[in-house]
Design a protein. Structure first.
Length: 230
């Protein structure tokens, strides 16, 4: 094959790759209305201990009202601190700080605990990513399904506290960072959505890392409005 033809083939492959990613991001999604259920404020974190959560005790702890995920040795597979109960439609507000490392963390939802993936407390499903890269990721599925880094990155403080709101209703996720709506997205394949535990991520990493969470507040079957947009 001539060098000119090789160049054309490589260019075509690149265009097809971009097109595939673009179609996945822009695929028209159906509108699934919010599910019906009891609207209730749930105390998922009491500020003292990890009652109501499941996680690796060597990696997760509580100090001064803050949930801390920390590793000094390698974490080969991303692991999670998981709520004992499952949720589908909810509002979650919280503060997060990436205290050490540059690896992203996130909130896992709408999926399943996946011990078949190499860790008894890893997760397959949706992940709302922050602060080292922002967007929505399908863990052990379609990979990146929505990006918002151009909007979110300038608003995010890399090694300081950031405030977040996640509003999940039907097949729609709205994501607020430090008072600004940065994502309003619908899952184009609603059959993937499951009532599931909510997980706090400690990412796989060969380097020491520490993630911190505080002021976690959960409301089930919430009103269709954002509370933290300024």
């Amino acid at each position: 094959m001539s060098s000119h033809r090789k160049f054309l083939v490589a260019g075509l492959i690149a265009l097809l790759s971009v097109g595939t990613g673009w179609s996945q991001e822009k695929k028209e999604a159906p509108v699934v209305p919010p599910r019906e259920g009891k609207r209730e404020v749930v105390e998922i974190f009491n500020g003292k201990d990890l009652k109501g959560w499941v996680g690796n005790e060597k990696l997760w702890s509580v100090k001064d009202g803050v949930i801390i995920g920390k590793n000094t040795d390698e974490v080969k597979v991303s692991t999670y601190l998981l709520t004992e109960k499952s949720y589908s439609d909810f509002r979650l507000t919280f503060d997060f700080k990436l205290a050490e490392s540059e690896m992203h963390s996130g909130i896992a939802m709408w999926g399943r605990i996946a011990p078949d993936k190499g860790d008894p407390l890893t997760y397959a499903g949706h992940l709302v990513m922050f602060p080292s890269g922002h967007g929505f990721y399908d863990l052990y599925g379609r990979n990146m399904i929505h990006t918002n880094n151009e909007i979110a990155a300038p608003l995010s403080k890399q090694h300081d506290w950031n405030s977040y709101e996640i509003l999940a209703q039907g097949n729609r996720i709205r994501f607020v960072l430090n008072g600004k709506l940065v994502s309003d997205w619908r899952e184009p394949e609603p059959d993937r959505i499951k009532s599931a535990p909510i997980g706090l991520q400690l990412h796989s990493n060969k380097q020491p890392q520490e993630v911190q969470w505080r002021n976690l507040k959960l409301e089930t079957f919430p009103d269709d409005k954002l509370l933290t947009v300024k």
